[in-house]
Design a protein around this ligand. Structure first.
Ligand code: ADP
Length: 353
């Protein structure tokens, strides 16, 4: 028995309710072996007391079977989600958490890809910045954690590479919105080799090594799906809420609902649903429901949260994304831009409460 073999065996233990194991989530802090007695020390963030109990029981069963193991002792330090965030925000150690100046962190999530999550993150970011900067200043950041398709820099027109200052990464800025993304760290030709296991490390690095400065709101564009990223994120960044993005069709809203439940498991409040691609408006004002109807309302009802806005399908929205001029900036009077401004006002209202 060595700490390495113990670590290997711990990889068989899943975080309750998730497909990821406790080692790859970075929860195992120390392993000691003294004369056949194995001590495992873990640290995790949860408000659910059954989680550490279940993990401890699983560790004892798994390691207890190993040859030469006389006894297994498990110590788990549990941080409550809100206390953890305060501790992080007040951290005055030599390497303070760079989120110290960020007042509110909101995750933007969807059950599957292609529903417009990044489009919402970028346009909501610009709409919030417009509202909050009436007296000047920088107020909004977007952290692009969608390692599978980091499209925020392109959609925001934020080009160039982030600079390093005092060993911290300085986010790239456009339209007053600061952003940091995997997209800055790879060129277009580099194949995306990061997959699930890298999410935790990426998020940790983006939370610890990026100098966000003072921000009212940091939007976090998550990779679509599964829930592992949501859990990783909740372990690392003090999340104040999550917005769920869906399209009107049943297939999308079913997965959106499943993704949203993952936030409930980690005690992150669901703020509301954004329905995207709701309808296409013709020049005569008539509306076609290309992707069906009712998905946003159904998701909201089933989760017991409000449907905050419905964003129409608009070719200008796609073109604006491709050209790096979000529709909230390029065509502020369009119905799509208005839908994002409605959303921004609701978000500001919610975080003021
Ligand atoms: P996700 O982040 O969920 O994968 P994106 O935001 O990247 O989705 O959107 C996928 C594509 O659809 C992009 O090309 C984007 O410009 C386009 N798109 C998103 N929402 C709309 C909309 N309401 N109208 C037109 N095009 C849209």
């Amino acid at each position: 028995m060595t700490p390495e073999t113990i670590q290997e065996n711990l990889k068989a233990i899943k975080y309750p309710g998730f497909s990821r194991d406790i080692v790859s989530f970075g929860l195992v802090r120390e392993i000691q072996i003294n004369d056949g007695i194995v001590n495992v020390y873990l640290e995790l963030t949860t408000a659910d007391p059954t989680i550490p109990e279940k993990i401890a029981a699983d560790i004892k069963t798994t390691l207890g079977r190993l040859e030469g193991c006389k006894e297994v002792k498990v110590k788990i330090e549990v941080n409550a989600p809100k206390q953890a965030s305060k501790a992080q925000k007040n951290d005055e150690s030599p390497s303070p958490n760079t989120l110290a100046g960020v007042k509110t962190c909101i995750a933007i999530a969807s059950g599957k890809g292609g529903v417009g999550k990044s489009t919402v993150a970028v346009n909501l970011g610009c709409a919030l910045q417009k509202q909050l900067s009436k007296n000047g200043g920088k107020h909004v950041g977007i952290l692009d954690c969608d390692i599978y398709g980091p499209s925020v820099p392109l959609m925001l027109g934020a080009s160039g590479r982030p600079e390093l200052r005092n060993n911290k990464i300085i986010p790239v800025e456009n339209f007053g919105v600061s952003t940091m993304s995997m997209g800055f760290l790879v060129d277009d030709e580099t194949p995306v080799v990061w997959r699930g296991p890298m999410i935790m490390k990426t998020i940790q690095q983006f939370a610890q090594d990026v100098d966000w400065g003072e921000l009212d709101i940091l939007l976090i564009d998550l990779p679509p799906g599964t829930g592992d990223a949501q859990l990783s994120l909740a372990q690392t960044i003090p999340l104040d809420g999550a917005l769920i993005i869906t399209t009107p069709q049943a297939a999308a809203h079913n997965v959106a609902r499943r993704g949203a439940r993952m936030f409930e498991k980690v005690n992150v409040p669901l703020m509301g649903v954004v329905e995207n691609m709701s309808y296409l408006e013709s020049s005569d004002g008539s509306r076609q429901e290309i992707f069906g109807s009712g998905g946003g309302e159904a998701t909201a009802q089933q989760l017991g949260i409000p449907l905050l806005t419905q964003v129409p399908l608009d070719p200008e929205l796609r073109i604006g994304g491709d050209q790096g001029i979000p529709i909230t900036i390029g065509s502020p009077d369009s119905n799509a831009a208005k839908a994002f401004h409605t959303l921004a006002l609701q978000v500001i209202d919610m975080i003021a409460k």
